[in-house]
Design a protein around this ligand. Structure first.
Ligand SMILES: Nc1ncnc2c1ncn2[C@@H]1O[C@H](COP(=O)(O)OP(=O)(O)OP(=O)(O)O)[C@@H](O)[C@H]1O
Ligand SMILES: N[C@@H](CCO)C(=O)O
Length: 289
């Protein structure tokens, strides 16, 4: 039996649209056993068929390795919610690729895995930290991802998870096609300072560098609770962003008491479910039985 353990991720991190993400210490497990036919358990019925993203990612990896697609029993054990901006689709993609690699003992290296995963997801910002852990920044060069791992100071994360989904494809349709030059200049400055503050643990600069021009101004309209949470985070000098394409919002801090206070307010005043976790220091991994 092959078991793949895969972390949730928070992409964009405010200023890094499609190019920055971090792995969260919140794990899903995907178990694969040989079987005479494809069986999928542990997920809603509508996903229990060959279109399942895990199965499709396994198939794509078979094609890459020039191997026949085997049949297996896939059991998914995940409480990472769908379409909430916590990288649930990336967990499926990375799990399918790693399982196929393990099945055929192909020993793909992590960059090859990232290339296949990016091809499937369309952008590397979730799949890269899912594979490598920590925070990862990336860009695309002639269709291939280039990336750097960013070691992070000891930040804790608070995920504030509304009870409504936002499908990534829909959330991409609200984005503009052009950007003012002055906004591009502002974005570069904020992004550079964000990365440095993330590494060295400068919480004040991290909070101030959370100003985005690429997606948050457009997507916040899809999240009715954004404005009040954003306002409270600004008052508390807390870094906060729309996680992935939403609807989750993530706040991070070195000081757990600040996150506890925010969590209490968000749960009681807005009835939004919260969960705290550190940044995951490692990425997806496989074990065998
Ligand atoms: N446990 C699961 N079982 C089967 N399919 C899943 C599972 N989790 C996620 N998926 C697939 O991923 C899709 C959700 O992807 P989507 O990109 O909309 O959201 P997300 O990955 O959760 O958020 P984001 O990309 O913003 O972080 C689902 O429609 C389904 O196809
Ligand atoms: N960068 C992606 C992450 C969600 O998959 C987006 O914001 O659309």
């Amino acid at each position: 039996m092959i078991r793949v353990h895969v972390p949730a991720t928070s992409a964009n991190c405010c200023i890094g649209f499609d190019s920055l993400g971090m792995a969260l210490d919140w794990w899903a497990t995907f178990q694969f056993e040989p079987s005479d036919e494809l069986i999928i358990t542990g997920c809603p019925k509508e996903y229990a068929n060959e279109d399942n993203l895990v199965v499709q990612s396994f198939l794509k990896t078979c094609q890459h390795l020039k191997k026949e697609m085997p049949t297996f029993h896939l059991h998914i054990d995940s409480d990472i919610p769908f379409s909430r901006g916590l990288g649930s689709s990336s967990t499926c993609v990375v799990a399918g690729i790693l399982a196929c690699d393990a099945w055929f003992q192909a020993h793909l290296n992590k960059m090859e895995i990232l290339e296949i995963a990016t091809d499937i997801e369309g952008h590397p910002d979730n799949v890269a930290p899912c594979i490598f852990g920590k925070a990862v920044c990336s860009f695309m060069e002639e269709g291939k991802p280039r990336m750097m791992i960013i070691p992070c100071a000891d930040y804790k994360c608070l995920a504030m998870i509304p009870d409504y989904p936002i499908v990534t494809n829909e959330a991409r349709k609200v984005l503009p096609s052009t950007l003012e030059y002055k906004d591009a200049v502002s974005q570069v400055g904020h992004a550079l300072c964000f990365l440095q503050a993330l590494q060295v643990g400068n919480e004040m600069i991290l909070a101030k560098s959370c100003v985005d021009h690429l997606h948050e101004p457009y997507r916040k309209k899809l999240i009715p609770d954004y404005d009040s949470i954003h306002e409270q985070c600004q008052e508390m000098d807390l870094a906060m962003w729309i996680s992935g394409s939403g609807s989750t919002m993530l706040a991070i801090s070195l000081d757990p008491t600040k996150l506890n206070q925010l969590q209490k307010d968000v749960e009681t005043k807005l009835s939004i479910q919260c969960r705290q976790m550190p940044i995951a220091s490692k990425g997806a991994w496989v074990d065998y039985e």
